[in-house]
Design a protein around this ligand. Structure first.
Ligand code: NAD
Length: 418
C-alpha cells in the first residue's frame, strides 16, 4: 500500500523522490514500490517510573528498503516522533546510504518522549524495554540503529547490551555509535559534524571560494551542530552564530572556539553559556553569513522565511530542515543547498566503518577513520556535483537521482521474489 500523506516531512520526502523519479523516468510500479516502506513496527510499552507509577510509551521502527544491504538508521527520542516522520526519515536513509555508496538500506526509529523530562534512571529502563520490543526486527545482519535526535552513545550501549543478553553472546554490530570500549569506533561522535564541514569545504571550493574566513551560522548545538562548529573552526572558518532549542547567540567577530571546544555537546543553554547578541532560532536563519547550517530539527527553512535567507550556501546538517517550497525559492535566488543525504552522511559512513570493525574485530586508528570518511564523502560529492551539472539541476535532485538509480538497479538485479 502506498503511503498516505499529510503536509509533513513525509510530503517533502515524497516530493523530493518524485522529482528524481520523474527525471529518471522510473516505471510506475517501481515508483509506487519506492514510495512505500517495506516494514513498519509500532509498539506500545510500559515503563516503571522512579516514583513507582507506570507510563506507556509509543515506539516505532521502520525499514524503508533493504535491496542494497541491511537496514541502517538512527533512533530518536522526541515528543514529535510519529509514524509519518519516521517513514520519511527511513526513506531518506535509503537514499543517504545509496548516494555515498554504502551497502546498506534505510531505516529509522523513535520513541515519542521528551527525554529531558525523564530522570537519570528512567532512560535506561525505557531504552532496554524499547530494544526488547523491536528485537524482532533489529540485528547486526538485518537492521542496525544509531544515535539521532535526543539519543546518544549511552542509549546505544543499553541497546547493544539488551540484545546481547537476549542472544546470549556479545553482539557489538547490532548498533553503531557505541562507546569505544565496547566496540565503538574512534571518530564516530564527531563524524556527522565533521562531515558537514568537509562537504561545505567542497561546495565552497567548487564556487571558487574557501572555508578560510567564511562566516558560519549553525542552528542546533547537539551532536551535529557542536561538532560541526569545532570542525569549521579547525578548518579556518569563523563560527559567528550558534543556537539550541532555547535560542541563539550572534557574535559578528566569531566565537572563541576554545570555549566551544571545551563544552559538552548538548549544553544546557547556549544563551547562558556564550557571550554575544541574543537572537531567536528564526533570526539566526536570516543572519548575514556565508554559510548557514541548520543542524537541529526538520522544517526550519520554509516558504515563509526562505526569501530572507542571506547565506549564499545552506549545508543541511539536520535531516529535512528545508521544505520543498523553500527549496524552490532558494534555488531561484541562486542559493546553493547541499542536501541532508549528502551533507550529514559523515555519520553513517563512520557507522559503516564501525560495523565493519565490529565484524572483523580489528579496530582502526583515528587517522584511518577520518581519511576513509573524507575519501568516501569526497567521491560522493564529486559524483553529485557532476550529475547536477550534466542534468542541469540542483544538488538535491542530483543526489536523489544517483541514489534512486542505485537502489532501483539493486532491486532489478535481485529480481522480484518469488
Ligand atoms: P541532538 O539531540 O544531539 O541535538 C539537537 C540540537 O537541536 C540541540 O542543541 C537542541 O537544543 C536543538 N533543538 C531541538 N529542538 C529545537 C528547536 N525546536 N529549535 C532549535 N533547536 C532545537 O541531535 P543531533 O544528533 O545533533 O541531531 C540533529 C539533527 O541532525 C537531526 O535532524 C538528526 O536527524 C540529524 N542527524 C544526526 C546525525 C547524528 O549522527 N547524530 C546524523 C545525521 C543526521
Amino acid at each position: 500500500m502506498a503511503l498516505k500523506t499529510k503536509h509533513s516531512v513525509l510530503d517533502v520526502a515524497l516530493a523530493q523522490f518524485d522529482a528524481a523519479a520523474g527525471r529518471l523516468d522510473l516505471a510506475d510500479g517501481m515508483r509506487e514500490h519506492l514510495r512505500a516502506c517495506k516494514r513498519e513496527l509500532v509498539v506500545h510499552f510500559p515503563v516503571r517510573l522512579d516514583d513507582g507509577a507506570v507510563a506507556t510509551y509509543t515506539g516505532i521502527r521502520v525499514q524503508h528498503n533493504v535491496a542494497r544491504g541491511p537496514a541502517k538508521g538512527g533512533i530518536r527520542y522526541s515528543p514529535m516522533v510519529d509514524l509519518d516522520e519516521v517513514r520519511a526519515l527511513a526513506m531518506l536513509m535509503t537514499w543517504k546510504c545509496a548516494v555515498v555508496n554504502l551497502p546498506f538500506g534505510g531505516a529509522k526509529g523513535g520513541v515519542e518522549v521528551e527525554p529531558r523530562w525523564l530522570s537519570v534512571a528512567e532512560p535506561e529502563r525505557l531504552t532496554r524495554r524499547f530494544a526488547t520490543e523491536i528485537a524482532i526486527v533489529i540485528g547486526s545482519e538485518n537492521d542496525i540503529p544509531a544515535p539521532d535526535l535526543g539519543t546518544d552513545e549511552h542509549v546505544m550501549d543499553w541497546i547493544m547490551d539488551t540484545i546481547s543478553m537476549h542472544r546470549g553472546y556479545s553482539m557489538p554490530g547490532v548498533v553503531t555509535g557505541k562507546p569505544v570500549p565496547i566496540g565503538g569506533t574512534l571518530g564516530r561522535r564527531e563524524a556527522t559534524g565533521r562531515g558537514v564541514a568537509v562537504v561545505a569545504s567542497s561546495v565552497l571550493g567548487a564556487a571558487g571560494r574557501s572555508l578560510e574566513d567564511a562566516s558560519v551560522a549553525i542552528q542546533g548545538f547537539g551532536n551535529v551542530g557542536a561538532n560541526a562548529a569545532r570542525a569549521f573552526d579547525a578548518m579556518g572558518a569563523q563560527v559567528v552564530a550558534i543556537s539550541d532549542r532555547s535560542g541563539g547567540v550572534y557574535r559578528p567577530d566569531g566565537f572563541d572556539m576554545a570555549v566551544i571546544a571545551d563544552c559538552r555537546d548538548e549544553i544546557a543553554n547556549c544563551q547562558e553559556h556564550f557571550q554575544g547578541d541574543r537572537v531567536t532560532n528564526a533570526e539566526l536563519l536570516e543572519l548575514p553569513v556565508d554559510l548557514l547550517v541548520p543542524a537541529a530539527i526538520e522544517g526550519q527553512i520554509t516558504d515563509e522565511n526562505a526569501g530572507r535567507v542571506k547565506a549564499r550556501f545552506v549545508v543541511e546538517g539536520a535531516n529535512g530542515p528545508t521544505t520543498d517550497a523553500a527549496d524552490a525559492i532558494l534555488a531561484d535566488r541562486g542559493i546553493t543547498v547541499v542536501p541532508d543525504i549528502l551533507a550529514n552522511a559523515g555519520g553513517v559512513i563512520v557507522s559503516y566503518f564501525e560495523w565493519v570493525q565490529d565484524f572483523s574485530r580489528y579496530f582502526w586508528d583515528l587517522g584511518e577513520v577520518n581519511r576513509n570518511m573524507d575519501r568516501v564523502l569526497g567521491q560522493a560529492y564529486a559524483e553529485v556535483q557532476a550529475t547536477a551539472q550534466r542534468e542541469r539541476t540542483t544538488l538535491r535532485t542530483a543526489a536523489l537521482m544517483l541514489a534512486v538509480r542505485r537502489v532501483t538497479e539493486a532491486i532489478t538485479l535481485r529480481g522480484f521474489y518469488p
